[in-house]
Design a binder for this molecule. Structure first.
Ligand code: NAP
Length: 301
């Protein structure tokens, strides 16, 4: 038997449970892995709360990004073999907070030896999001990019990708994140009331791109800083971004390979700030749910 964290009832964390199941077998186009690490994302608790709907039959396995070692491959899979180290997204909702799972081969990659299992497990969701946000808008070298929620899991990767592209970067976050943001080569602006005025102190002419990882009123307050609203892009609140003239995150096919390449070359560090064993997965999710993480949190089965 093999352990997996599931949602048994939609709502609060009391609906999460670690259960035993048969280690899942790969179907066509899938690869079975022994999980070595899984990244925790706000989507995990939002899904548990029913924010993405409550029609999926329960229990639903939790966890959307993983790294591990291939144990077997399904029909038609090329390029992966038992023993390979990989990273990717679970197939068929089989979850990543598990001892074993199955990945979609088309959304998986060989894990470069230079990248730890923990860091690799943060790339399929958080890493690709950071890549897409910084590439779906016109973000050429020399332009100015403002990041709201810059000190979190996606935000810290956005800062580094933007710096690697030669952009001038400003990160908005709470005071405890100043050191992390400045270390990424960005200017720091403290979040909260008056943040837009503090950004203007740095860039009186405004910014070219606003990458939003918070949404709501915090996004609305900063939006006037962007002269052309098509430069607003949000992973947190697509409907507000669209209302303001921007867009939600658009997924691109090459994002996983691209962000993995940047991490392998040492240009981006996903900043894994905490790791929890699978038996403490609830605490890992609670740490993300608290809303002020300073990087990526992972679960190590
Ligand atoms: N659409 C997609 O495909 C996709 C993919 C990944 C993530 N997302 C979404 O993107 C968002 C960020 O994800 P993440 O993984 O980076 O989350 P995270 O690691 O929890 O970071 C979120 C950051 O937001 C900041 N924050 C929270 N409330 C704030 C407020 N009122 N004003 C300013 N900053 C605030 C927090 O920093 P402080 O402590 O500094 O306040 C925290 O570091 C989430 O909403 C997530 O669901 C979407």
């Amino acid at each position: 038997m093999s352990k997996v964290l599931v949602v048994t009832t939609y709502g609060g964390p009391e609906g999460q449970r670690l259960i035993d199941r048969e280690a899942p077998s790969p179907g066509p186009g899938e690869i079975a892995i022994e999980v070595r690490a899984a990244g925790v994302n706000p989507a995990d608790w939002k899904r548990r709360q029913g924010a993405f709907g409550t029609s999926a039959a329960l229990p639903v396995a939790m966890g959307l990004e993983a790294s591990g070692v291939v144990t077997s491959v399904g029909e038609g899979v090329e390029g992966f073999a038992a023993g390979d180290e990989v990273l990717g997204s679970p197939a068929r909702g089989l979850g990543a907070f598990a001892e074993h799972t199955v990945l979609a081969a088309g959304r998986s990659l060989a894990k470069p030896a230079e990248i730890s299992f923990a860091a690799a497990a943060t790339l399929p969701v958080a890493g690709t999001t950071a890549w897409d946000l910084t590439h779906q808008v016109d973000a050429e070298a020399g332009r100015t990019l403002l990041v709201l929620g810059a000190g979190g899991g996606v935000g810290r990767m956005v800062l580094q990708i933007a710096a690697a592209r030669g952009l001038s970067v400003i990160g908005v976050a709470s005071a405890s994140k100043r050191g992390a943001i400045e270390a990424a080569g960005a200017a720091f602006v403290v979040s909260g009331d008056g943040a837009a005025d503090r950004v203007r102190d740095h860039v009186p002419q405004g910014v070219d791109v606003l990458v939003d990882l918070v949404g709501g009123s915090a996004l609305r307050a900063l939006a006037p800083l962007v002269a052309d609203p098509s430069g607003i892009v949000s992973a947190a609140d697509a409907s507000t971004a669209v209302e303001l003239g921007g867009a939600g995150r658009r997924r691109s096919a090459g994002a996983l390979g691209a962000i993995t390449g940047l991490v392998r070359r040492g240009l981006v560090d996903p900043h894994v700030v905490a790791a929890y064993p699978l038996r403490d997965a609830g605490a890992a999710i609670a740490a993300v749910e608290a809303g002020h993480s300073g990087g990526k949190i992972v679960i190590l089965p």
